[in-house]
Design a protein. Sequence first.
Length: 319
Amino acid sequence: MTHDSIIRRVELFSGFVSPAEARVYARFTLAAGHQHELKQLKLSGHLIGPECEFAQTLPARVPFIDRGSGETVLAEAVVPDPCFWTPELPFLYRAKLQLHSRESVIEQYDSVLGIRRLGVRGRELYFEGKRFVLRGVRFDKADVLPPSLGFGLHFEDTANYLRDTWTAIVTSSPTEQLCQFASRRGILLVADVAGSEAEHCEDVIVEELRRLAQWPAVGIVVLAPGVKLPDSIRSCVPNLLLSQWVWDKQPLEFAPWAQLIFAEVNHPTEFAGRTAGCSIPVVAVRRLSERVEIEQGRLECDALQRDLASYGDFAGYVV
């Protein structure tokens, strides 16, 4: 997009998905002062793919069809036999879009997206139509950067381990570089936005959620208790799961936007009693006294699951 672009925001997201087809949308929101131009704008372009570092594919070109303008400019691509993004096979598509004003192309946009089937049913998480138990390890952003960004020589092995075991990285507001790397390499990210500057301003946090929602690797965002979000937040970020922190000994109350909770475990009996009546998925979180490597963190997740096994089967385990 040009420096003096009339576009405030571009979003790519999926709607209805099934093994037979997926509906992918491109949504352009105009900058302030340009709303009067909506009726003369149209979107066109193609969704090209899939591509994957771990599989050979035969890319197809699916056209984007303009769906008219309401408060935004919207186009839809119907993808037959879609290939979905998973840690095992992180399939990506590339969207190449043109915004037309009458007969002229005034904006062009090129980005990647993944179609991911991660959702909630009752008290359980589902991935690719199957029950999914989240296992994640908390790391600072500085600890999870790929080699080209200063992490170190052993990250390649770590990335392969994360992908092979479907172990998620839980980190605060992941950078664009990390999101891009994880999306390409099949590393599931849980973005912890609690404690960031964003949580104190509704507009800022919504923009942060919109940013994170564009990356297929970012499946879950965890927010602090008491964060206020607009009633329309689910339509703003339809492909993100929104979770709320419940700190140790805090009453089990969750916001209307919360689709699951991350609850701290101190004593298993107390934790089980506090979460027994929860109607949405519960991810158990144990804070470790010191930093651990990814492989050890995964073992600690399994240990937490064993400690809680007699009290119930939870949606995930994070250390």
